[in-house]
Design a protein around this ligand. Sequence first.
Ligand code: SAM
Ligand code: DTB
Ligand code: SF4
Length: 319
Amino acid sequence: MTNDLSPRQTWTRDEIRAVYELPLDQLFARALAVKAANWPDGAVQKSQLLSIKTGGCPEDCGYCSQSAKFDTGLKAEKLMPLDEVVETARRAKANGADRFCMGAAWRSLKERDLPKVAEMITAVKAEGLETCVTLGMLEDGQAEALKEAGLDYYNHNLDTSREYYGEVITTRTYEDRLETLGRCRKAGIKLCCGGILGMGETREDRIGLIHELSKLTPHPESVPVNKLVPIKGTPLAGSEEIDSVELARAIATCRIVFPQSWVRLSAGREKMTQEGQALCLLAGANSIFVGDRLLTTPLPGMDRDERLLESVGGSCAKC
Ligand code: SAM
Ligand code: DTB
Ligand code: SF4
């Protein structure tokens, strides 16, 4: 029998499918054994997001409120000033977040913006928070500069399976994404890399996404599992919603395949019931986004998060 407790890159797609499609009780039992062995304190990690550059993005990601290609009603803004970023980070820390993730609606990081973002990273780190950024694609040398500024994590998602990818995005390729991930790894930055479920993909695509992620060496330290937040005006807004049991199946599979990574129940919590979210935490998710907003859409907020975390016996947002 294969050892479930250590990360490995040798998962086959068939093996992942076999795990994903186990009877729910067996799937959960296996995920919970992995969780208990690798994450004995049961704590739920809390990250907070801030959109430091909103809207007007030239990419065509079919789910995104910030693409200039779709009429979503979102107003494009300039890069946020440093003091506003630091103020928000301070409040995030006071409210219990331990990682602060700054997102920019860019196709790629421009050289002229790099020093400003580097300054933000250094300042946020100095507040005693882990730092994460998501800035689009990176060129040679940029990841090193971000690392030097104090960057802990780079978020760059594969989003979906290789086969379904072309239905979602046409302006950058799967290989482009893997290249940026490779540059971050080379610079010694931890990876936050996952995808979105509920974009009209099949279960086989979900399995394919997990398989692609499992080949990354080493595995991403954080695996965000986003449930599509449907945005009016985007091509994917009418996609069939993924139900909480299917989402929990995907999360439990991620817990087993990525035994030592944070698995984040990421976007989509705002419209989920407390029971649906609790099921996903029970399935093995051990990280959430806290605060009032993700990037451009709302989150449940502190009161609902406290009730959720207390209900599953994890730490509460104020603890
Ligand atoms: N522009 C950068 C990039 O895409 O490389 C960074 C920001 S982008 C908003 C970060 C990730 O958020 C996307 O890769 C996607 O996985 C997730 N995301 C964006 N819009 C979403 C939505 N409506 N629902 C769920 N996840 C979403
Ligand atoms: C990730 O995987 N999810 C976060 C973070 N990485 C940057 C973003 C979710 C965005 C949800 C839609 C919005 O608020 O615009
Ligand atoms: Fe731009 Fe990122 Fe949105 Fe794609 S996901 S349109 S790259 S902001």
